[in-house]
Design a protein around this ligand. Structure first.
Ligand code: IPM
Ligand code: MG
Length: 368
């Protein structure tokens, strides 16, 4: 019988991107061997590397391949080299462009503190308790990221009359569909959903709150709350364990997920999924491209490796294979292996320091 085939596009990107994506690909290929699937993996360019080689951060060929695939795995994009290009292109534009082109409106960002890595959270033990497991559902293709951009005819920081604006605009349709993602995620977890907004000041947030008040009636099994974004930023460090699922706008979600990731310890451990209306999704670690440690075998590949089980669950329907990867990562952590970012001999005496490649190999070996 022919093996089931899955088409995966990888976008290693810049900095440590290629180092970590390579490890995740090893894991995918090993799953193919054990469980009998044919993973067709096609590498494409996006970000700074695409600016250098193709002249733009998101080549059409990359969009076409991604659209034709079952799922996309991204490393990271960006670096100082591409910060001030004369044509205004930036690696980050590629990322926003692919989110838009694939219509990936829902960004799921779990902030999980693994029991073996308690020491990596900067919060006191009494606040962090026996761990942390929050899911932030961030709207990804609306708000000021994609709203109308405008500036006065000449962009000139010396001229006091010069102005610039980014429009924070949301439709009921956009709010409703991301709230639905939030409610459905809460139903699969601890049945709690907090909608984060700034309705004491912003019209767009008042619409979010009003739609939330209406939609929540359809989910009587979910305990709901709402919170101003400034208060949420505080509550995430004061008492993060009050949260199960948080749903919020693009810009608020961007900011709160960086905060949540630190509360949950190392940013090197956190995966994410960006989803649209169908099964096609883009999966990536939430950390950046860390150009200073690129190619030095120092980066933690676990956030990228942990993006694979998300891909398997949301895009490929490979549930037991997803569980197998999660379990392999747990086994490697339980055995004490740590990359530099999660290594602390004083607080974690079982720990053994390993590099990027070795960590990838350990997970591959632990797969069953
Ligand atoms: C993120 C990043 C991106 C964003 C940047 C790189 C465009 O910060 O994925 O959180 O702001 O969405
Ligand atoms: Mg961000």
């Amino acid at each position: 019988m022919a093996k089931k085939t899955f088409n995966i596009v990888t976008l290693p990107g810049d900095g440590i991107g290629p180092d970590i994506v390579k490890q995740a690909v090893k894991v995918i290929n090993r799953i193919g061997e054990i469980y009998g699937y044919d993973f067709k993996i096609t590498e494409k360019r996006m970000g700074g590397i695409a600016i250098d080689m193709d002249g733009c951060s998101l080549p059409q060929d990359t969009i076409d391949a991604a659209l034709a695939s079952d799922a996309v795995l991204l490393g990271a994009v960006g670096g100082p080299k591409w910060d001030n290009l004369p044509n205004g292109d930036r690696p980050e534009k590629g990322l926003l462009g692919i989110r838009g082109a694939l219509k990936l409106y829902a960004n799921l960002r779990p902030a999980v503190l693994y029991p073996q890595l308690q020491h990596t959270s900067p919060l006191k033990a009494e606040i962090i308790g026996d761990g942390l497991d929050i899911l932030v559902v961030r709207e990804l293709t609306g708000g000021m990221y994609f709203g109308e951009k405008a500036n006065s005819p000449k962009f000139n920081p010396e001229n006091k009359d010069c102005w610039a604006s980014d429009l924070e605009k949301y439709s009921v349709f956009e709010i409703e569909r991301i709230l639905k993602t939030g409610f459905e995620a809460a139903q699969k977890r601890n049945h709690k959903l907090c909608c984060v907004h700034k309705a004491n000041v912003l019209e767009s947030s008042r619409l979010w709150r009003a739609v939330f008040d209406r939609v929540k009636k359809n989910y009587p099994d979910v305990e709901t709350s709402e919170m101003y974004v400034d208060n949420c930023a505080m509550q995430l460090v004061r008492n993060p364990r009050q949260f199960d699922v948080i749903v919020t706008s693009n810009i608020f979600g961007d900011i709160l997920t960086d905060e949540a990731s630190q509360v949950a310890g190392s940013i090197g451990m956190l995966a994410s999924a960006s989803l649209g209306a169908g099964t096609l999704g883009l999966y990536e670690p939430i950390h950046g491209s860390a150009p200073d440690i690129a190619g030095k075998n120092l980066a933690n590949p676990l956030a990228t490796i942990l993006s694979v089980p998300m891909m398997f669950r949301y895009s490929l329907g490979l549930m037991k294979e997803a569980d197998a990867i999660d379990k392999a990562v747990m086994d490697v952590l339980n055995a004490g292996y740590r990359t530099g970012d999660i290594f602390n001999k004083d607080l974690d005496d079982a720990s053994k320091k390993v590099g990027t490649e070795e960590m990838g190999d350990l997970v591959v070996k632990a797969l069953k």
